[in-house]
Ligand binder design. Structure first.
Ligand code: UDP
Length: 456
């Protein structure tokens, strides 16, 4: 509008320093948030590692500064380098001093500007004490759902009550402290006790979220209403829920090149006739599972677009294990896709996902019903939520078998019993649309975040 212009220009003197964790599922929402804040007039500095460095040319309006890993130059993710990076930086987090030096330099170098705050990925917990020592407010971006955040914050309790140690005969049982949670969902997180490195990392993350000046989730109120009612005791800090995919596409921060040649093909497919399959940027499957997926797709008799990332199959480089003649007429296999745009395409009828939170929310935002699998971390929690609470998905919770896969796909795509799921997915998209419009919950949350940061 006319009168927001001067306000936006005035804010250009307020700078926000942002620090993403360099994994695809963490980079995307941080850049969506950065774009959002820039569009509201803030200046943006992105701190990044050389490992999985962002394509700075996509963001001429941001300032970039590389920190921490000055050793390797611009290394793109391979499965082993990811593990190394996580080991060296995420789990050790001994970079506080280097980070402090860098931040001090930055603060000294901005002259006619004011640095409003630091926004880091919640996993960078060591940044809280650094920010405190420099009197800089820190907000955190939690890239998972509200629900998974609440479950993660209960890891010590779940450990106390012995849930991590239960044997497989208890997998189907409910966790009595959480109406939604099954023992097998807890086990899928990948923690054996609260002493595990991952549990420690999540514990530190929780502690420093609580010490921060605010938390931002990539979600919206209507999607996680009941969870929202449970948060206040856990996180007595300002909280914001903003549906990022409704404002900016995740594709602009893709680390791998997205195959654009699929669009002429997609354009020729009938409405809602294609199953899109992707297991995200990190998850891997065994050879046997890979072949079950391939056969399941053939058995389903549906048209499909399947993302097989290099190194998706353990012990193999790409698709060399696929049977001769696969995918045939009905399918296409690509290394990496412009996911959000594929989900928005009218030919797309279903998304078989590994249930990473970004993928889940992107699907919700485009009204695409899901077939959910889960491999690790919060994925089983997201899958459970989509199938049991939002009821816009079928959850393949017992592994990957071709017959089950085919029947889940047919149910979501064509069968009468999937009709209600398809309809709910369509309605949920409308709710997400309204939430992002003026007066809607996501939009109001964004406005209050802007006001809050401006007031810091
Ligand atoms: N993505 C993409 N192309 C693909 C597959 C995934 O651009 O072929 C993007 C997807 O849109 C999402 C991100 O990669 O934003 C994956 O994040 P998510 O949280 O779903 O899963 P993760 O990779 O962290 O397991």
């Amino acid at each position: 509008t006319m009168d927001s212009q001067p306000e936006t220009t005035a804010r250009r003197h307020q700078r926000i320093i942002m620090f993403p964790v360099p994994f695809q599922g963490h980079i995307n929402p941080m850049f969506q948030l950065a774009n959002l804040l820039y569009s509201k007039g803030f200046s943006i500095t992105i701190l990044h590692t050389n490992f999985n460095a962002p394509k700075t040319s996509n963001y001429p309006h941001f300032t970039f500064k590389s920190i921490l890993d000055n050793g390797h130059e611009n290394e793109r993710f391979s499965q082993s380098s990811l593990a190394d990076f996580a080991q060296n930086f995420l789990f050790k987090q001994d970079a506080a001093e280097a980070f402090r030096d860098e931040l001090e330099l930055l603060l000294a170098s901005v002259q006619d500007e004011q640095v409003s705050c630091l926004i880091t990925d919640a996993l960078w917990h060591f940044t809280q004490s650094v920010a405190d020592s420099l009197n800089l407010p820190r907000l955190v971006l939690r890239t998972g759902s509200l629900y998974s955040t609440i479950v993660y914050s209960s890891i010590p309790l779940l450990d106390d009550r012995g849930y991590f140690k239960l044997d497989d005969s208890h997998l189907e049982e409910q966790v009595s402290e959480f109406p939604l949670l099954k023992v097998k969902d807890v086990k899928k997180i990948g923690i054996k006790s609260s002493k595990d490195p991952l549990a420690q990392l999540l514990g530190d993350m929780m502690k420093q979220i609580k010490a921060s000046s605010g938390i931002i989730w990539n979600s919206f109120k209507e999607l996680e209403e009941t969870e929202l009612e449970r948060v206040p005791d856990d996180f007595p800090i300002p909280r914001f829920l903003i549906t990022f995919p409704k404002y900016f596409t995740a594709s602009s921060s893709s680390l791998l090149e997205q195959d654009q040649t699929i669009f002429p093909w997609l354009d020729q497919q009938p409405t809602k006739s294609v199953v899109y399959i992707s297991f995200g940027s990190l998850s891997q499957v065994e050879e046997k599972e890979f072949l079950e997926i391939a056969h399941g797709l053939v058995y389903s008799k549906q048209t499909f677009l399947w993302v097989v990332r290099p190194e998706f199959v353990k012990g193999s480089t790409w698709v060399e294990l696929l049977p001769d003649g696969f995918p045939g007429e009905r399918g296409r296999v690509v290394e990496w896709a412009p996911q959000q745009e594929v989900l928005a395409h009218e030919a797309t009828g279903a998304f078989w996902t590994h249930s990473g939170w970004n993928s889940t929310l992107e699907s919700v935002c485009e009204g695409v019903p899901m077939i959910c699998s889960s491999v690790l971390a919060d994925q089983a929690l997201n899958a459970r939520y989509m199938s049991d609470v939002s009821r816009v998905a079928v959850y393949l919770e017992n592994g990957l078998q071709r017959e089950e896969i085919a029947s889940a796909i047919r149910r979501i795509m064509v069968d009468e019993e999937g009709k209600e799921i398809r309809e709910r997915a369509r309605v949920l998209k409308q709710i997400a649309d309204v939430s992002a419009m003026k007066g809607g919950s996501s939009n109001k949350s964004m406005e209050s975040l802007i006001d809050y940061i401006s007031s810091l």
